[in-house]
Design a protein. Structure first.
Length: 256
């Protein structure tokens, strides 16, 4: 079945808010451009930008532990490097992530904002070409909106798809049909991807991205209703190209 690309988003800073896009150019072997380019490191093991290695999400600020992050709205300008942070519509911090002084402003804000609940003082980290994903590979995440609606049915409450922090939302695909793509090649507009695996969901999905409240238990609801805690899939880009809202999405042969 052929579906359509309903929503594109990236998360420039791991754990912080999404930025919506209308189109983006995918490249072979890469994730969505600008996605998880930065992170706020709080782990014991240091992050070396000169020899960047993948680290588990527990080494960074994330909604899984720090739900108050959802109350902030952030914007990153990739051309200037500036990160702007707002709360309740008011700017509360701004700094250039490419400059030590700018990073210090952002680090000081989060240290104060979390009020000592963070394990360590957050440090802004990045490295050229590095992606702070929950998996070591550079992948694109895809969620079917009908699957999200089926979760709404199970929990008996609205579920904002942003909770799942996926790059691509797909419309007009039957609930859970994206699982059938695992091991197959799909096309999104001119781009070709291979779907590798389902995405296991953690406590970050329990946080309402609008209020910052931990108001649902998505992994438990999935486990109780379906016998697994998975929603959405990871895919690697085999052949790049510009994708845009409204593009057809489906198995490579059918979408050609």
């Amino acid at each position: 079945m052929i579906a359509s690309l309903a929503h594109l988003q990236r998360f420039p800073v791991k754990g912080l808010s999404a930025e919506s896009l209308t189109r983006v150019v995918l490249s072979q072997g890469e994730g969505l451009p600008g996605d998880r380019r930065f992170a706020l490191h709080v782990g014991v093991a240091p992050f070396d930008p000169d020899a960047p290695l993948w680290q588990p999400k527990t080494n960074f600020l994330t909604l899984m532990r720090d739900e108050r992050l959802a109350r902030l709205k952030t914007r990153h300008d990739p051309d200037t490097g500036w990160l702007t942070i707002e709360r309740d519509g008011k700017r509360v911090a701004r700094g250039d992530l490419g400059d030590p002084a700018g990073r210090a402003v952002i680090e000081q804000f989060f240290a104060a904002y979390l009020g000592g609940t963070s394990r360590r003082t957050p440090r802004v980290v990045s490295a050229p070409g590095h992606m702070f994903s929950d998996v070591a590979a550079r992948l694109v995440s895809i969620v079917g909106l009908e699957s999200v609606r089926d979760i709404e049915r199970v929990v008996g409450a609205p579920v904002d798809p942003v909770r799942l922090r996926a790059n691509i939302h797909v419309e007009a695909l039957p609930a859970w049909a994206e699982f059938d793509w695992v091991g197959q090649e799909i096309r999104i507009g001119p781009a070709r991807l291979r779907v590798l695996e389902r995405i296991e969901r953690c406590a970050a999905t329990n946080v309402d991205p609008a209020s910052g409240q931990r108001d649902l238990n998505i992994p438990r609801a999935l486990q109780d209703a379906f016998g697994h805690a998975e929603c959405g899939v990871y895919a690697e880009v085999l052949e790049g190209g510009e994708i845009a809202l409204g593009d057809l999405v489906g198995p490579a042969a059918a979408a050609a």
